[in-house]
Design a protein around this ligand. Sequence first.
Ligand code: 5GP
Length: 139
Amino acid sequence: MSYDPNNIFGKILRNEAPAIRLYEDDQTLAIMDIMPQSAGHCLILTKEPAETIFEMTPEGVAACMRTTQRVAHAVRKALSPEGVFIGQFNGAAAGQTVPHVHFHVIPRRQGEDLKMHAREMGDQAELERIAEQIKQALE
Ligand code: 5GP
């Protein structure tokens, strides 16, 4: 599959589009999801030019999982959800809407339904407030 660098996450990685950034290292970038399915929904982007996990190197996948676990720890510490969902979609048939590999970290709370996937914009001030809490909890 050929990678199109003009997707929104490619632009965020190159600082050509805005994002609420949480954490960055050589191989990954963690940001807030702009249309959160629950309060505290984060995304971990690979820096590899890959549309799906099948084009990634094992090292790139390992780096994503390290950052995903790190962000999940911070989300749990900062927001105390009862559960944390971690997921990643490959291909439109699986529900992928942005063609650049990323992992979802979604806090889950007892009795609370998830909002629709990639449907409703979150409140910017609320996203920034939650991001600050998560950043403070990142070790
Ligand atoms: P996918 O369906 O590809 O797994 O998920 C893409 C995710 O990216 C969705 O949860 C959607 O809300 C989020 N998203 C789409 N556009 C943007 C954007 O411009 N900025 C951020 N931070 N998230 C986005």
